[in-house]
Design a protein around this ligand. Sequence first.
Ligand code: NDP
Length: 368
Amino acid sequence: MDSRRDFLQKITGSVIALNLPRYSNAKDIFNNSYNGPVLRVAIMGLGSYATRVADAMQTCTKAKLVGVISGTPSKITAWQSKYNIPAGNCYNYSNFGNIKNNPDIDAVYVITPNGLHREHVMGVAKAGKHAICEKPMAVNAKEGQDMIDACKAANVKLLVGYRMHFEPKTLEIIRMRKSGELGKVLFFQGLSGFVIGDPTQWRLNKKLSGGGSMMDIGIYSINGSRYMIGEEPVWVTAQETKNNHEKFKEGIDETIQFQLGFPGGAVASCLSTYSMNNLDRFFVNAENGFAELMPATGYGPIEGRTNNGELNYPHVTHQTVQMDEMAGIILQGNKPIVPVDGEEALKDLKIIDAIFLAAKTGKKIDLK
Ligand code: NDP
């Protein structure tokens, strides 16, 4: 069975009818006879999320996994046979600069620990390939700006793995806000949390993670507040709670509660934690009613409702849609409904910097 049909099997006929306009390049994705350009992607960092992305890419129409970059030779061999990757498209962290001489790879998807994103994306840009980078784009705004500058100088695109920007129920609430159906959004609540395990993992190592739960999952609420309210915040306040100082060392936040103020008078109130399970909720309140997503940012199905009832959009595999959409952005200049470029990610990093400062000083931080 071809990949297009596989993809169509993941969704029902009704979602095709309902959701076509919600994807910027949906006509191409759902077009039986798509024979346009295909983005040939190498994945860097063959860990847990990379495996999820690789599996999801098997049903992409516009993007194809063709290469790997890894520090672990046994993973390279396993991926070669699982995903049919030619030896000539396999690299390690020392020699991946040679990718510049490989005409069979268009883009590299960096899925390594956060603290390595800057170095890895800048290496990809230097090799003249488009970069897709996982969230958070970097560990602070300064590093993020360096990455944007490097990609601009190399004339390559930089996109960030904001998969929720292509999720149908999320997009439906954004549509309701933009159309005026919801009225003015005045309140957003974002809750993100899970209990993190192994204390030796890179997520609890400041150099590799850049922080704790905020970098990893709090970023969803920051980003979500911006696209649900439709404005950029102008101030931040934050309070940190740390109960386990052994596990969550200096610079690794366990729990942060933060508030964002928006120019039109809306506020966001959010919690990010590595110590509570099953916390994944967005709640939007507006002049005309409410919208809720719970779970809001997991791999799905995302569940949503408004004061008028359930949001009935069937589940799509986030990473499949994301990669097809990103191929359209890179190869065909398509414009996503919510941006996924480096500038969009930099806005989140600036807010994270301010949240850390606010939590440390106890002060209200001006973002203007
Ligand atoms: P993993 O630890 O599972 O994988 C990271 C991989 O990076 C490793 O397997 C390894 O691959 C490579 N790597 C290179 N250097 C190091 C190092 N010093 N320490 C550890 N690993 C190294 O992490 P995840 O896959 O969970 O996360 C990777 C990125 O993806 C993060 O930025 C994270 O925030 C993001 N992510 C995004 C999600 C989303 O929904 N958008 C969900 C989960 C993660 P190799 O052996 O091949 O070199």
